[in-house]
Design a binder for this molecule. Structure first.
Ligand SMILES: NC(=O)C1=CN([C@@H]2O[C@H](COP(=O)(O)OP(=O)(O)OC[C@H]3O[C@@H](n4cnc5c(N)ncnc54)[C@H](OP(=O)(O)O)[C@@H]3O)[C@@H](O)[C@H]2O)C=CC1
Ligand SMILES: O=C(CO)COP(=O)(O)O
Length: 331
């Protein structure tokens, strides 16, 4: 099977290398010539991985026409680029293709999940199915082949199994699942929790606070996910608690890192002035705020993150406000 990975950033490069390690036919398409040249000539993607040596067989191109005839197209671009990229590739695809989504978040205007965006933008006769390859996985660790487990989630079990078999190896183990709603909502909302976790660390709170955040954050994810048709058990799996733990506790997480800076400075100003990284939780916080309000879903942690990011509320005040809410039963 021939796979094209769209996006020469961190996750696209790491996942393409998995396929190359598995001796599959794979090519990376990137818009950034510097990243493409770095992969082809130096066998590195220095912008994201410094001196890490990539599999020397891995190749990249800036020619989008390379998707012609591909059996699988893996989209490894930020959520904001999924809609335009799908429209662009829809004009080029010439046969039924499995589209793999790895992005975590929502469409910025329509609030759609990523699988919904892809199904809307790709013609039915060019789409076998959407498979979301998601779970607890920092590219920085996968690229150096540290043991990782994630899910291939799809409404089409056969395609999920195909993706499972293509990507699984000694360092990456793929499970399959079909709860698209629960899984995609879980991996999106955990980014907001990772920002919250970073903020709390930046403010100086320690282990007790982080455990509280992860546990109560999971309850918010379940409340939101079940409201929209996700299965509660999904949130106990890799795309729920698994991804929540890895992003709320890791120095690799850009969402955690953003939150840490905001907490440390007790202000969002410098983050918004200087950030150039993909921090998906920021847009997700805005969407969750809006959708939760419209649907009467209680999301106190997400709401405080929204107030910090978009309403100028002080992080220190938000942390205190969460503690002095009306007392209640845990479940
Ligand atoms: N990194 C990780 O560990 C993981 C990331 N993810 C998710 O994967 C998604 C992609 O993130 P990630 O790889 O980390 O992001 P990066 O910022 O590392 O890379 C994004 C890449 O997409 C490129 N890009 C942006 N817009 C377009 C476009 N319209 N067409 C083609 N390429 C484009 C960027 O190019 P340029 O450099 O020119 O901007 C860059 O090469 C996110 O939703 C993230 O949440 C999921 C799991 C793990
Ligand atoms: O989704 C991720 C790990 O599973 C990556 O997290 P960040 O986007 O916060 O870096």
């Amino acid at each position: 099977m021939r796979t094209v990975v769209i996006g020469s950033g961190s996750w696209g490069t790491a996942l393409a290398q998995v396929l190359q390690d598995n001796h599959q036919e794979v090519l990376v398409y990137g818009v950034a010539e510097a990243e493409v040249n770095d992969i082809n000539e130096n066998h590195k993607n220095s912008k994201y991985f410094g001196d890490v040596e990539l599999n020397p067989e891995l190749k990249a191109t800036t020619d989008i026409q390379c998707i012609k005839g591909a059996d699988i197209v893996l989209l490894a671009v930020p959520t904001i680029a999924i809609d335009p990229i799908c429209h662009q590739i829809n004009d080029i695809l010439d046969k039924k293709t499995i589209i793999i989504n790895v992005s975590k978040g929502f469409h910025p205007e329509t609030n759609e999940r990523m699988s919904e965006v892809i199904r809307r933008c790709i013609d039915e006769d060019k789409l076998s199915s959407v498979v979301s390859l998601i779970g607890p996985s920092h590219a920085e660790e996968v690229v150096i082949r540290l043991l990782t487990t994630i899910d291939a989630i799809s409404l089409n079990n056969e395609d999920a199994v195909t993706v499972q078999n293509l990507f699984s190896n000694q360092y990456l183990r793929i499970y399959t699942g079909n709860d698209e709603i629960g899984s995609e909502l879980g991996v999106a909302i955990k980014n907001v929790m990772a920002i919250a976790s970073g903020i709390l660390s930046g403010l100086g709170y320690q282990d007790n606070t982080r455990a509280a955040l992860i546990t109560r954050g999971l309850q918010e994810m379940i409340r939101y996910g079940v409201h929209f048709g996700g299965q509660q058990k999904t949130f106990m799996g890799l795309t729920g608690i698994g991804d929540l733990i890895v992003t709320c506790t890791s120095v690799h997480s850009r969402n955690f890192e953003a939150g840490y800076q905001i907490g440390k400075e007790n202000s969002v100003e410098n983050f918004f002035k200087n950030n150039t990284k993909t921090v998906e939780g920021v847009r997700t916080a805005k969407i969750v705020h809006r959708v939760a309000k419209e649907n009467g879903i209680d999301m106190p942690i997400c709401e405080e993150v929204y107030q910090i990011l978009f309403n100028g509320k002080l992080p220190s005040e938000c942390a205190q406000d969460l503690m002095i809410r009306d007392l209640k039963k845990e479940f």
